[in-house]
Design a protein around this ligand. Structure first.
Ligand SMILES: C=C(OP(=O)(O)O)C(=O)O
Length: 312
């Protein structure tokens, strides 16, 4: 762990205030069980400049309630039972070995949200840089304890959760290794239900925890607003095509949008600065030309004034 209590280690990178926003393209199950789709989505994320891609890892027999197993549904692969479908969209060890090798080749991190403790053990075999707790798992103490025991950084998503449940999850996980994400768990989420100021509420309530944002809205503006409000981690679902089959595709970002999102996040974070009022050297020319009453113009005085509290 870093000496700065609000920085977290994700593999070789530090995440938190003062560090570049860590941008994660959530593949989830938008690969529809096809490794080729996963590779294409990894390409899209790497080319857009994302730091990571993320998957969801479930042990179907544990995560699917027993009374749902035999319910039949139509899928692109024909009519099948729900448990067979859950297996159809789940990658196993061989596929994840290939994903791991491909991400290394592309220079992009990968990790996942384990939905059960067996999935935690599975992911641990790969030395992932972090784990994520999906909002749906925030109340699963057994899973949280297994994640804490890994000693890795854990991203805790807080959609569909009350403040009391969030505080309890933080107690179970401990606050030293977690990064918390504000989220609204509707797909797609309406702008008026994003409540982005919660990012600042969480910052105040958990002063030693970096705060991020996991978005399910359509469009990009509100995710950019989350960065302007201080999100240190951003996650959006990504897709090859929003019209593809699958429950998350419609609320996902397509390749062109992802490129713009990463570009604009980088611009916004560089524009936020350090909050210290100063006169830039580049402003001296316009100052000389435009200011009728000279005021303080000596460069030494300008340099000395940088960082002085502004009193109005
Ligand atoms: C659903 C997930 O997360 P979130 O709650 O942030 O959308 C996930 O990580 O699998």
């Amino acid at each position: 762990m870093s000496t700065n209590s609000r920085l977290r280690t994700f593999g070789s990178r530090e995440v938190g205030p003062g560090r570049p926003v860590y941008i994660c393209g959530e593949i989830g199950i938008n690969h529809n069980g096809e490794l080729e789709n996963a590779f294409k989505l990894i390409d899209v994320a790497a080319e857009a400049g994302c730091d990571a891609v993320k998957f969801q890892k479930r042990t179907p027999e544990i995560c699917t309630p027993r009374d749902q197993w035999d319910i039949e549904r139509d899928t692109p692969w024909g009519r099948m039972t729900y448990i067979d479908y859950r297996h159809r969209v789940e990658f196993g060890e061989d596929e994840y070995r290939q994903i791991d090798a491909y991400c290394k080749e592309k220079g992009i991190d990968w990790f996942a949200s384990p939905w059960d403790t067996e999935a935690v053990a599975f992911l641990e075999k790969f030395g992932v840089p972090a784990h994520k707790v999906a909002s749906a798992s925030l109340t699963d103490d057994e899973l949280l304890r297994a994640l804490r025991a890994t000693g890795r950084s854990v991203i805790l998503s807080t959609g569909m959760s009350t403040p009391k449940q969030i505080r309890h999850a933080v107690e179970v996980l401990g606050s030293d290794n977690i990064l918390m994400c504000h989220a609204t768990s509707t797909y797609p989420a309406k702008a008026e239900e994003l409540n982005l100021r919660v990012i600042n509420t969480l910052e105040k309530e958990f002063p030693n925890v970096p705060i991020g944002y996991s978005g399910h809205e359509t469009g990009l503006q509100t995710t950019l607003a989350a960065v302007a409000l201080g999100a240190t981690f951003v996650e959006r679902h990504i897709t090859l095509d929003r019209a593809m089959w699958g429950s998350d595709q419609a609320a996902s970002v397509e390749p062109g949008g992802l490129t713009r999102l990463v570009r604009d996040i980088r611009t916004i974070e560089s524009s936020l600065g350090d909050g210290v009022k100063k006169v830039y050297d580049s402003e001296l020319g316009p100052m000389k030309k435009l200011r009728r009453v000279a005021g303080v113009v000596a460069e030494a005085e300008i340099a000395a004034a940088a960082g002085e509290p502004v009193t109005v």
